[in-house]
Design a protein around this ligand. Structure first.
Ligand code: XMP
Length: 515
């Protein structure tokens, strides 16, 4: 059975059945890292739907429940008779054992954290070429004590007599988590399942993604015309490039300069997308006028969102017969919004809430992709590295990095500081190690001394975070000398700033942006 991917990129590949796991998204990412397409589906998916999707394999995720609890999530039993290879992870493995004549117990067998795994027999997933003793990551209270009928145990731990098992019918179970970094050979085990058990080819590569996306866009848009709001960020840039590749000059990109952009951003966008099919709207004066005297963060966001929509809508109307609106919605947004309907509401929100009477159909070429895949596609399409590797930037721009009122002068202050922190992080070669680095301007003032003179200026806060998806984040452990260079340059080069602080709050409890 070879994984095939259709024009919409949906068929074939592997379905990750979500039993409420912390790690379902991570499993899907790991599968994609093995160049195999994957999608997350809910555990109540029917056997008919699974068959219609023609997956090359199924991975049953972990989950918080016990198979012995009434109401615990189950799988449509017919799914296990479809002849599709299945890998159960943690709860998924327990479910296989429970449903197929094995035994799951809760009797002091809980294991949490790093555990030593001992390989007892040659297997497909826990293969003979892996070390006989290795570390794996466990997080379970129940344990499989007897594998499904007809299955052989391939690995044990001190407390798990069936830590890995395999059934000749193509059913595999692992009590541990191969998807986390703490299981050093986990990726190899997943690849064994994908390549050996499911016979998947590592075909989900950037050129395949581009090809399938372009075909899907052509199928959707036909001879129609599309418009795309460019923000300067990587998502809208890659989405626009894909659509341009698909329909050429029937796409018009609209860039609204709100006056709240990062240094050089407008020029960068103009350089990359300028020419035919590009509209540049300088609305800086309108945005700054609308924000005058406003200090409340939510009020700022509302004002910017509404004005953005008005400006964008006027441009779209001026273009005439446009049928499609291109948006850079990503797969995690789709998963987190809990399905197609909710996802649509969120995507409208991406451009600040488009009016219902706009009558544009959405084209979302990135809705099956993770952020790292978007960057690979950007590279494949030849976008400049400064665009592809640019850090995320919020729609309301620098306004939400200025605590208090937004004035032209304060925008310039925070913009200059932001340019310095970004330049220094890239000079230190750390640009790709952090999710985002930014500068925040505060209203308070403090006393300092410069060149024997007393100063009474404002502080800039540097914020740098590491993150996989911005849902959670940790403050980046930047080297002191990089922080020192940033701080000295900011105080020396940005007028009105005499102090620099580093934000060491994680998310939660903080958010990444200050407002
Ligand atoms: P927070 O501040 O919520 O941000 O931790 C998480 C990530 O999202 C970005 N962000 C936004 N992006 N429109 C956007 O397109 C917004 O209104 C917005 N607010 C925050 C933020 O930069 C971070 O990467």
């Amino acid at each position: 059975m070879t994984a095939t991917v259709d024009a919409a990129g949906r068929r074939g590949g592997v379905l990750v059945v979500d039993f409420g796991a912390q790690y379902a998204q991570l499993i899907a990412r790991r599968v994609r890292e093995a160049s195999v397409y994957s999608e997350i589906v809910p555990h109540d998916i029917s056997a008919t739907r699974v068959r219609d999707r023609r997956p090359a394999g199924l991975i049953l995720s972990g989950g918080p429940e016990s198979v012995h609890t009434s109401g615990a999530p189950r799988l449509d039993p017919e799914i296990l008779s479809l002849g599709i290879p299945v890998l159960g992870i943690c709860y998924g493995a327990q479910l296989l054992a429970h449903e197929l004549g094995g035994k799951v117990d809760r009797s002091g067998l809980a294991e949490y954290g790093r555990v030593e795994l001992h390989v007892t027999g040659p297997g497909t997933v826990v293969s003979a070429d892996l070390p006989a003793d290795q570390q794996v990551w466990m997080s379970h209270r129940d344990a499989v004590v007897r594998p499904p009928e007809g299955a052989a145990v391939t690995a044990v731990t001190a407390d798990s007599p069936a830590a890995a098992f395999e059934h000749p019918a193509g059913l595999f179970g692992v009590q541990f988590h191969p998807e986390v970094a703490h299981t050093p050979h986990g990726q190899r085990m997943l690849e064994n399942f994908l390549y050996e058990a499911c016979c998947c080819a590592p075909a989900w590569t950037p050129d395949c993604i581009v090809e399938t996306s372009v075909a899907a866009i052509r199928a959707q848009v036909g001879a129609g015309r599309a418009v795309c709001g460019l923000s300067g960020g990587v998502d809208s840039a890659v989405a626009a490039s894909l659509v341009r590749e698909a329909i050429g000059d029937r796409l018009t990109c609209v860039f609204v300069d709100t006056g709240l952009m990062r240094a050089g951003e407008s020029d960068q966008v103009r350089e990359t997308f300028g020419g035919d099919g590009f509209v540049f709207v300088d609305a800086a004066d309108r945005f700054l006028a609308a924000l005058a005297g406003v200090a409340d963060p939510e009020a700022k966001r509302r004002i910017i969102g509404e004005l953005f929509v008005r400006v964008f809508e006027a441009e779209a109307r001026a273009l005439g017969d446009v049928d499609f609106l291109v948006q850079g919605t990503l797969y995690p947004d789709v998963i987190e919004s809990g399905g197609d309907v909710a996802a649509r509401i969120k995507s409208h929100h991406n451009v600040g809430g488009l009016p219902a009477d706009m009558r544009l159909e959405l084209t979302e070429p990135l809705r099956n992709l993770f952020k790292d895949e978007v960057r690979l596609v950007g590279e494949q399409l030849g976008l400049p590295p400064e665009v592809v590797w640019r850090h995320p930037f919020p729609g309301p721009g620098l306004a939400v990095r200025i605590v208090g009122e937004v004035t032209r002068e304060r925008v310039e202050t925070v913009r200059a500081a932001d340019a310095i922190v970004r330049a220094e992080i890239h000079r230190a070669g750390l640009g790709r190690d952090v999710w985002q680095v930014l500068a925040v301007l505060l209203e308070v003032r403090s006393v300092g001394v410069m060149g024997d003179e007393r100063t009474y200026g404002h502080p800039i806060v540097i914020r740098a975070v590491t993150s996989a998806d911005a849902m959670t984040a940790d403050f980046a452990r930047l080297p002191y000398d990089v922080l020192e260079t940033m701080a000295s340059r900011i105080v020396a080069e940005v007028s009105g700033v005499n102090r620099v602080a580093y934000d060491i709050t994680s998310k939660p409890p903080g958010t990444i942006e200050w407002e």
